[in-house]
Design a protein around this ligand. Structure first.
Ligand code: DAH
Length: 357
């Protein structure tokens, strides 16, 4: 019995897992196990022998069973420890980036410039893309006979015969929002208006629909110096570069006097477009001091208020900033292009948080 005891207790102690333990249990205390066989031998014993052997066998059976239970609990604990050690999860890891679509470079540029002008105290105004010719032209000092109307390659809305409502156009620039904003808000005023505009034009740097952002600042003491500072500040912030070269060229717009067009230094080498270097200039905006007639058309007294205005091509800004050489690709809706040039849509640009990173 002592042999049986030491044999099984050492087997139990060495069992590697629960199934090994079960094999030992069957062999030791199972119905046909060694202890049961010994129990059967009790019948052949004398009553005296039986009195000694019976309790001893029961005690042996009890000891083996307790050892089995203790070992089993130990194995279960060890298995759990092993699982806890190997199957773990670092909940502090960043989540896997999920594609929820990307922002078009024009939308990205629009978000960025809105953040910059917000910092300079400009709020965002909106206007409709279909305008009457009065808001698009006349109110901006472009009367019917003016050559600028012809130059703009305007899309006119179809009118049924006998329709005597004023002619409507797809706005050719965001400038009509100047008039709408003056009417709505009066002066002093500081607004930008980003949005789509339309002209019948198509080549590497022109598409029939494109985007501008109009700016307008009116107050009693605004000069051309304020305009220049604002534009330089904007361009530096937008391109995230300190040494950007701008060229202010005297120009003419009916709605400003004096007027200036602004070009940015760039290069177009081997199909890539770079800013801040090279011998090329790309025109990015028109600007000037708002013409008194325009201020009056907006219902504001031009003898009290004056100010500056500008119109910037957003698509051109995006081309320059992100090195995209052909404007037409912006409107092809090619998903591969969008994935390549697109931006994470949940990263809101801000001057503190970073514009495009
Ligand atoms: N509206 C002009 C265009 O589309 C751009 C422009 C020039 C806007 C001068 C302005 C400005 O506000 O002052 O070409």
């Amino acid at each position: 019995m002592d042999d049986l005891k030491s044999k099984y207790l050492s087997q139990i102690a060495g069992a590697a897992d629960e199934s090994a333990l079960e094999t030992i249990r069957v062999a030791a205390v199972g119905k046909k196990g060694e202890v049961a066989l010994k129990m059967r031998e009790l019948g052949k014993m004398t009553p005296e022998e039986r009195q000694l052997a019976g309790p001893a066998l029961n005690a042996l059976k009890g000891e083996i069973n307790s050892a089995l239970i203790a070992k089993k609990a130990g194995l279960v604990d060890a298995a759990l420890d092993e699982r806890l050690r190997t199957e773990w999860l670092d909940v502090t890891l960043p989540s896997r980036a999920r594609r929820v679509g990307t922002l078009h470079p024009v939308s990205q540029a629009q978000e960025e410039l809105t953040a910059i002008f917000a910092e300079l105290g400009f709020s965002v105004a909106e206007g409709a893309r279909v305008e009457t010719d009065w808001y698009n032209f006349d109110a901006l000092n472009i009367p019917g006979h003016h050559p600028a109307r012809a130059e703009m390659d305007t899309f006119y809305m179809h009118r049924a015969e006998g329709d005597d409502r004023p002619p409507h156009v797809l706005r050719t620039h965001t400038s009509p929002v100047q008039i709408r904003s003056m009417e709505k808000m009066g002066a002093p005023l500081r607004i930008i208006c980003p949005g789509g505009v339309y002209r019948a034009d198509y080549d590497q740097t022109h598409t029939p629909m494109f985007h501008q952002v109009e700016g307008l600042a009116l107050d009693t003491d605004i000069s051309m110096a304020n305009l220049k500072w604002t534009l330089e500040e904007f361009v530096k912030s937008f391109f995230e570069l300190d040494d950007i070269e701008l060229r202010f060229r005297a120009s003419h717009f009916p709605f400003t006097e004096p007027s200036a067009e602004v070009d940015i230094r760039c290069s177009w080498k081997d199909g890539t477009l770079k800013i801040g270097e090279g011998d090329d200039w790309m025109e990015i905006l028109g600007s000037g001091m708002v013409h008194p007639k325009v201020i009056a058309a907006g219902g504001i007294d031009p003898d009290v208020y004056q100010g500056f205005a500008f119109g910037i091509g957003i698509d051109r800004l995006a081309m320059l900033k992100y090195g995209i050489p052909d404007l037409r690709a912006f409107f092809d809706s090619d998903l591969r292009w969008l994935r390549h040039y697109g931006f994470q849509c949940l990263d809101m640009p801000s001057l503190h948080g970073g514009l495009s990173r």
